[in-house]
Ligand binder design. Structure first.
Ligand SMILES: Nc1ncnc2c1ncn2[C@@H]1O[C@H](COP(=O)(O)OP(=O)(O)OP(=O)(O)O)[C@@H](O)[C@H]1O
Ligand SMILES: O=P(O)(O)OC[C@H]1O[C@H](OP(=O)(O)OP(=O)(O)O)[C@H](O)[C@@H]1O
Ligand SMILES: O=C(O)c1cccnc1
Ligand SMILES: [Mg+2]
Length: 557
């Protein structure tokens, strides 16, 4: 029950927040330059200056027009427990220049995040480029030390949640999606994180036992080819007896019962060749271990000539004893064709032998699946109920990283801007608020950023939404609903109501609801319509004023 405890309650018994899931997440999980800057801020006696940083990304991943925001809870767990140990301080001392003064390390010793404020969009929200996912305010040196860990905790989390959401979108709501990626993930943290964040993105379960324990994610699995090929013959089964499910009697020779069914199946389907007997032995043996919900991997030798008839014989024999089989897994070959053939086979058995429900046995498919193969299977028509997806999902094979950045937007109440030749890389200055404006049909229409002190957009009142950089792109919106995006997750010294950190299941539900709420053209795979991200007229003017102010005027000679 530890998983449930961890999952449902972010606080420990003394009211404090649990540390990060991964104990490697410490203040040293950082780039060296954050410490060199912290020293330089301190040396200049600038370290306590109040700074505001925005964390955001510039472009949606996977050629899409949406992103699922994940990783917030781990960020809050990190800052809630931010403290450098003596050992860590010693290491920082060794890593910086010998000329660094001792008093800096005393400062580091006393450093925590009690005067840092974090405002964030709730985890599991569908988000868009440029809109701050987090606004972090506090003493500049302290906040600077949060950049790398925060970006690290959010980058992969949001990328893999988005990847999972995209797989869910192609697979359709009714399919079961199983995350099978641990063996192929980028190391242990890649595996654990992928399991957690794919669950948020809409997967139903994982094969990763540690993730099941840590987060309470449902665990699922079948068996591998090794189990099937480890059997040589039926002679290996010494105890052939199996008790009926209701315990009323025992079938002394379950193997013979299976063989009787196999003969009937072969007659029915006109398949007269022998099925693979070592495969049959493996299936019977697995059925002895798990008579309820018996599952079999049917592609070790020959799906239609051996795996399926063998599975059906065992499933029917189990049925005689009151057990209900679960289904099969296909892990090679043409998954569309084989799933349809398997379904036909199951249906013919249901009909001919009068076994209700046999036609509905679960067909699971796996083997290098990704968005494209799922889409191809849909187009061809298939009978798969559940997909097991590993490599392409958890490694985010289609895109290696989400370019999350952390930019200074204000210091000492002075707005700051970062210029770039590339307009999409110019940062949006000022301590800001952001809102999602909803239209008549209930869909989100546009996200808008305003200065912190501007009045919020009002329902029914027309507001001008401007593209932050392109003058000609602007639109009036009369919102039917206005949702403020940033909420307070860590109040610093302020006496503010803290947003709760919801259990994982709630984050997942939020994500699924959010995805359903989007206008379908933003979500389609091919040429999706970009969602509009805008600024208020006042913020637009200010960005361009600051831009001109900071950009040196060139001189032509
Ligand atoms: N009907 C289908 N349409 C499109 N792609 C498919 C279909 N069925 C399977 N695939 C995909 O085709 C690829 C087949 O992989 P591969 O060429 O390794 O063959 P295999 O079936 O795994 O053979 P092996 O028996 O060697 O394991 C996988 O990525 C799988 O997801
Ligand atoms: O294909 P993925 O999406 O990564 O899903 C997980 C894979 O892991 C397992 O076998 P494994 O790949 O280890 O062995 P195989 O290469 O023989 O299929 C399983 O049978 C899947 O094929
Ligand atoms: O349970 C399974 O079928 C499974 C688990 C991990 C990887 N491949 C398959
Ligand atoms: Mg494989």
């Amino acid at each position: 029950m530890e998983a449930a405890k961890n999952n449902n309650n972010e606080r420990t018994s003394n009211g404090s927040i649990h540390g990060p899931t991964n104990p490697m997440v410490t203040p040293l999980l950082n780039d060296l330059y954050q410490f060199t800057m912290a020293y330089a801020y301190w040396k200049a006696n600038k370290h306590q200056e109040r700074a505001v940083f925005d964390l955001y990304f510039r472009k949606n991943p996977f050629g899409g027009e949406y992103t699922v925001f994940s990783g917030l809870e781990e960020c809050i767990r990190f800052i809630a427990n931010f403290k450098l140990s003596e050992d860590e301080i010693d290491f920082v001392r060794q890593s910086l220049s010998p000329s660094c003064e001792d008093a800096f390390f005393d400062y580091l010793r006393g450093l925590d995040c009690s005067d840092v404020e974090v405002y964030a969009i709730p985890e599991g929200t569908v988000v868009f480029p440029k809109i701050p996912l987090l606004r972090v305010e506090g003493p500049v040196a302290a906040v600077q030390l949060l950049e790398t860990p925060f970006v690290n905790l959010i980058n992969f989390a949001s990328l893999v949640s988005t990847n999972a959401a995209r797989h869910r979108k192609v697979a359709g709501k009714s399919k079961t999606l199983l995350e099978f990626g641990l063996r192929r993930a980028q190391g242990p943290d890649g595996g654990i994180s992928a399991s957690k964040y794919c669950y948020i993105g809409g997967f139903d379960a994982t094969s990763n036992v540690a993730a099941g324990k840590l987060f309470g994610i449902p665990l699922r699995g079948t068996h591998s080819h090794a189990f099937v090929s480890s059997y040589m013959s039926l002679d290996e089964i010494t105890d052939r007896s199996l008790r009926r499910k209701d315990g009323s009697s025992t079938c002394e020779d379950f193997v013979s019962l299976v063989q009787t069914w196999l003969s009937k199946i072969q007659l029915l389907n006109g398949v007269f060749g022998e099925t693979n007997q070592s495969e049959l032995a493996a299936f019977i043996s697995y059925a002895f271990a798990f008579p309820d919900n018996f599952l079999a991997l049917v592609d070790t030798y020959d799906v239609m000539r051996s795996g399926i008839p063998n599975f059906c014989a065992v499933a029917l024999a189990l049925g005689d004893l009151g057990y209900k089989a679960g289904g099969i897994r296909l892990d090679s070959g043409d998954l569309a064709y084989l799933s349809c053939q398997a379904r036909k086979f199951f249906c013919s058995i249901e009909k001919e032998f009068g076994v209700p429900g046999f036609g509905k046995l679960i067909i699971t498919a796996s083997n290098d699946l990704n968005e494209e193969t799922l889409d191809a299977l849909n187009k061809q028509g298939h009978e798969v109920d559940a997909f097991g997806i590993g490599t392409y999902l958890v490694t985010c094979y289609a895109q290696a990283a989400l370019g999350v950045v952390f930019k200074l937007v204000d210091i000492n109440n002075q707005p700051r801007i970062k210029l770039s030749e590339d307009v999409s890389k110019v940062s949006i200055p000022c301590k800001k608020r952001s809102y999602r404006l909803y239209g008549k049909e209930g869909y989100p229409l546009v996200d808008i950023m305003t200065g912190e002190d501007e009045p919020p957009p009002k329902v029914g009142e027309r507001i001008l939404c401007r593209h932050p950089f392109q003058e000609s792109k602007r639109a009036y919106v009369v919102p039917q609903r206005v949702e403020e995006l940033l909420r307070c997750y860590w109040p610093g010294n302020l006496d503010k109501k803290l947003e709760p950190l919801p259990p994982l299941k709630e984050i997942r539900e939020r994500c699924i609801n959010q995805l359903e709420q989007m206008r379908p053209d933003h979500m389609r795979k091919l040429n999706p319509t970009p969602y509009k991200v805008s600024v208020s007229a006042k913020l637009y003017e200010f960005i361009h004023f600051l831009w001109l102010n900071e950009a040196p005027v060139g001189e032509l000679q």
